[in-house]
Every structure is written in C-alpha cells, then in structure tokens.
Design a binder for this molecule. Structure first.
Ligand code: DC
Length: 231
C-alpha cells in the first residue's frame, strides 16, 4: 500500500502533537515533530549563551546532530547523542524559540533535514510550515486550530502532569506572543494553505480529531487504489 506524507500545521497547543502521534501510531507511520527541532537549537543556544547572536546560532544549527526517535507512541529528541526531550519543553525554551525560528538560514537547514526525513512517505509531520513550505504537495494537508483559552488550558494541564505549577495568564501571554511572531514573520509564516483542511479542535475529543484525519487518509488511499485498478 502507498505510504503517504501527512502534513499538519497549526498554532501552539492546537492539538497537533497529540493528534499526529496517535495518527502515526494507528497507521504505523513515523511521527516527526518539527517544533522539537527548533526547540533543540534554542536549548543549545541558551546553554551556550548565544541567543542574541544570529551568526553563532546559524553555526550551531549547521553543526548540531538532531535526532528524533519515535517508539511506543513517545517521541524522544537527542542532540549530539544526548536525550534533551524534557529540557526542550521548558518555559525558557518556549519564550526564546520563536525569535530563533525566524532566522532564515536556520529554517533552510531544518527544512532540508525535514524533507530528507519525509521523502519516502509513511510520515506524519507537524509544525508551522509543513503544508506550505516543507511538503506543499503532501498527500494529506491539515490545519488545526483552537481558541486561545482552550490552548492555554491544554498547556497548563501538560505542565501540571509533569508536576510543574504554572500561571495560566503567563501561558496565555506566551501563546499570544508566539502566535504573533510565528504568523507575522517574513520567512515561512504560519498560515493556512488554500488546499489544507481546517479542523477546529476546541470542542473535539482526541479520537474525533484523529478520526477526521483518518477519514481523509482513507479517501486518498482508496482513490489511489481505484486509479491503479482503472489504469
Ligand atoms: O510546535 P512547538 O510549539 O513545539 O514549536 C515551537 C516553536 O518552533 C514555534 O513557536 C515556532 C517554531 N516552529 C516553526 O517555526 N516551524 C515549524 N515547522 C515548527 C515550529
């Protein structure tokens, strides 16, 4: 059976990771969290005290070996062989990641890696520019949205599940600021492409979200089978 490229974009905490992970598991596909790659560079820039030095950040992005592993429904992120999966989710990284992901050269380096990771299909890739830049010809293109309130609630819950207490208003501010930067940047801003299917996840269960995309995947696969049978 054909192995598809499924591209999912959307703002922070719109449900992308949860949906993409489950979808990848159900289909036996690879899950690629591109935000984790921007976060990994941000973490290392913070550790090296170079968050305000574009040239150094670009050098870092070129030289870092970023590896994503997807096993048993969990994604792990390794930088130069070291597991940074937890560290890249800190509020400090969240607060610094958008300015770093605005740097054109950093994007070029990561987009190239992402295209290599997905080129053989059998992937669910999520981020901000997957449907528009990384794989504009993806087999299935999805744009997820949700209200700010709902997205902030999800983020707070995620922190609580890790035993971290966080102020709701601070999370709202961080989400709003990231939306502003991610949507208004010059290079590859977050936007819905005309041919992407928009799904508002505010009032959907995770299963409903995943099933809505699975329906689309099955449609594409059936069309392929019919086309092959007819040719
Ligand atoms: O999905 P996330 O919240 O972990 O992403 C972190 C940041 O990385 C996000 O604020 C913008 C950036 N990003 C991006 O610019 N392009 C992508 N494809 C994925 C993430």
């Amino acid at each position: 059976m054909d192995k598809l490229i499924i591209a999912i974009d959307g703002p922070a905490s719109s449900g992308k990771s949860t949906t993409a992970k489950l979808l990848a598991e159900k289909l036996g596909y690879l899950y690629i969290d591109t935000g984790a790659m921007y976060r990994a560079i941000t973490l290392m820039a913070l550790r090296n005290n170079i968050v305000n030095n574009q040239e150094e950040i670009i050098k870092l992005a070129r030289n870092l070996d970023i590896e994503l592993k997807f096993e048993n429904g969990q994604i792990s992120v390794f930088v130069d062989g070291v597991d940074v999966s937890e560290d890249i989710r800190s509020l400090e990284v969240s607060n610094n990641v958008s300015p770093i992901s605005k740097i054109e050269e950093v994007r070029k380096i990561l987009v190239e890696k992402q295209r290599l990771m997905g080129k053989n299909g059998g992937v669910v890739m999520e981020g901000r520019d997957i449907t528009t830049v990384v794989f504009p010809n993806a087999d299935v293109k999805i744009f997820l949205t949700a209200t700010i309130d709902e997205r902030a609630k999800r983020r707070v819950k995620e922190y609580h599940s890790k035993g971290i207490d966080i102020d709701f208003e601070k999370v709202v501010e961080n989400i709003k600021e990231r939306d502003r930067i991610d949507s208004s940047r010059e290079v590859s801003p977050l936007k819905k492409s005309d041919d992407a299917i928009e799904i508002d996840t505010s009032y959907l269960t995770i299963d409903q979200q995943v099933n809505a995309i699975l329906e689309k995947v099955n449609e594409v696969l059936s069309k392929r089978i019919n086309n092959k049978a007819g040719s």
